[in-house]
Each structure stands twice: as C-alpha cells, then as structure tokens.
Ligand binder design. Structure first.
Ligand code: THU
Length: 134
C-alpha cells in the first residue's frame, strides 16, 4: 500500500474536511468531503452535491476523483474522505458507499491509500474484496 507521512495524511484530511463544508445537501443535511492526492503532489477536492431529483446526488468521493481526472491527472495515489455529519460511535456512517468503492478501484492506483476520517487508513482490498472488473 502507498505510504504517506502522518503530516501528509493530516493535510489531505484537512482538505477533505474543507470540501465537506462546501457540500450541497439540502435534502440529507449529510456533508461529505473528499480529497485526492496525485502523484505530482496536487490535491483535488470534492463534496457531495444533491438535487431535488434525489437519485442525481453525487457523492463527495466521486466528485473529487472525477475532478482529478478532468484536470488531467492519471496517477491518483491516495484519497481522504470525511463525513462531517457522521456519528463516530457508528463507524458505518463514516465509510464510503459501495458505488464510490467501485469507482476508487478503477480510478485510484492499485495500491492506493484510502483515509477514512474517524476510522483510519485502508487499502482497496479492504474496501472492496472480490470486485467486479472488465
Ligand atoms: N454520500 C457521500 O457523499 N459519500 C458516501 O460515500 C456516502 C454517501 C452522500 C450522498 C448523499 O448526498 C448523502 O451522503 C446522504 O447519503
């Protein structure tokens, strides 16, 4: 798994939390921020964005990953996610959803580090064992 210093992890988490503050969540009031670290050291953030047509909501993790790709980055080494309104006594409320895990598998580098605020450092194998692939 990609290793990052504690300082680099803290910086990425801070960026994820900052983006969580920007979430557009009038329906759930559940703010999620994420930040991707690229191989050249760039950080690209994202937040969840909801819509009155509920199914159109996009998670913070995917917003961050899609933004990084759209900005031309191809080697995404780590992702931090922070559920600002999660319940730390219920860690499941802090975890990335299944759809985002599937996208992480395709867009992050194979041994990417995923940092889940309030939970810790995980690998893609931990998050999505026996995944679908083409
Ligand atoms: N959400 C995320 O942004 N990431 C996840 O991994 C889980 C869920 C968002 C979607 C929706 O805007 C809100 O959290 C409540 O489900």
């Amino acid at each position: 798994m990609t290793s990052l210093s504690d300082e680099a992890v803290d910086t990425l988490l801070a960026e994820a939390r900052l983006h969580g503050e920007r979430a557009w969540v009038p329906y759930s009031n559940f703010r999620v921020g994420a930040a991707v670290l690229t191989a050249d050291g760039t950080t690209v953030g994202g937040c969840n964005v909801e819509n009155a047509s509920y199914g159109l909501a996009v998670c913070g993790e995917r917003t961050a990953m899609f933004s990084a790709i759209a900005q031309g980055h191809r080697d995404l080494v780590a992702l931090a996610v922070s559920c600002l309104d999660g319940d730390t006594s219920q860690p499941a409320t802090l975890m990335p959803c299944g759809a985002c895990r599937q996208v992480m598998l395709e867009l992050l580098r194979p041994h990417a580090l995923v940092i889940v605020d309030g939970v810790g450092r995980l690998g893609l194998d931990d998050l999505l064992p026996r995944p679908f692939r083409l």
